[in-house]
Design a binder for this molecule. Sequence first.
Ligand code: ATP
Ligand code: MG
Length: 421
Amino acid sequence: MLTQAPRGTRDVLPADSYRWQYLESRMRTAAAQAGFREVRTPVFEHTELFLRGVGDTTDIVQKEMYTFKDKGDRSITLKPEGTAGAVRALLEHNLYADALPCKMYYLNAPIFRYEAPQSGRLREHHQFGMECFGAADATADAELILLAYRLLSGLGVSNLSVNINSIGCPKCRPAYHARLKEFLAGKVESLCADCKNRFERNPLRVLDCKVPSCQEQVKDAPSMLDCLCDECRAHFEKLQACLRTAGIPFAIDSRIVRGLDYYTKTVFELITKTPQGNLTVCGGGRYDNLVEQLGGDPLPAVGFGMGLERVLMLLEGEGIELPKPALLDVFVTYMGEHELKAFALVERLRAAGLKADMDHCGRSLKAQFKYANKTGAAFTATIGDEEAANGTVKLKNMVTREERTVAVNEAPAAVRTMTEE
Ligand code: ATP
Ligand code: MG
């Protein structure tokens, strides 16, 4: 127990964290290029926020939340998605009063869902999410889809498909609900237990069920796209026109409804094919009523969430290596009695912006060289008796084996020169 992480969680170890950092920097750059700034919200919020924000007929709220009472007897929930917290922050800090749209992103946000752990499905995962508040136009939806697509394809993910749908608005959805209910009425007995419940409370969710027998039942279900009101239809058409202009491939899939109740109009998913089947890397959509539902004035919004673990899993599956930074530029090796000189040299190298280290374990000179090799340091800088007496250091390029003895104060510049030669 003590030395085992809880089920469904994963450590990112020092040898692998560069992959996360690289991905994060690509995400930051993509967000910044489109005028999005970072928001950081707490890992936990009042449970009520998610009950109202995510929707109490969703799997997340019904089955997956990590909810507990704190010592002050308040009901607290670990973030099961990123949008509700972002909306709460927007309202609490009156961000809607600034020039709109208000564009924000969150990066590496831990998300907690009590799910059955399996490949690509964790109980703690991390999301990169982008949210754009105050823009009703379909260009905003298209911008987000494009950002997600370009980010993933730029990383080298292949087989990426963009699937879009419109689930209408409170004006046109009730008529569709009625049609769908009529269609499902004769099939209720063949639906899974969850879907029997969904049929009563939110029939749209049946379309989203992952149970194969339910998928079979809904394959000829009526499509929301046939029921869209004029406004929603025009919006959906403009979205498609934008995507066509940008030249990215996309497909319309009228069965996408997404796992959260707050969506209106556009919903979308970015999916890749893996040997284990289809994997959704990114999901999002428009949620024009959520801000109002959480107590604000009506404010249109659109956003997405992208799972970092899933992106990394895809890259690994496709054999895509991410750039790995060198651990050290210089490893300082020294004869025992010159320890303090070595210590000062490490400081000098670091102050000059180089990555430097030395032995802290009392190793022999030979063992220090062996260790230096292991670290992959590009150079060693040795202080033996002669160097110590002359105020010099012997630099050695670990690849070319070239050696050069230079004055200690010239060591950083010499390392740079030898690197460039
Ligand atoms: P799924 O249909 O796979 O359950 P979802 O609809 O619940 O996904 P969202 O709530 O839209 O997913 O979350 C956005 C993204 O976060 C997903 O596209 C996926 O990349 C990632 N994600 C969601 N749940 C998990 C999880 N349990 N483990 C790892 N990544 C996840
Ligand atoms: Mg899910």
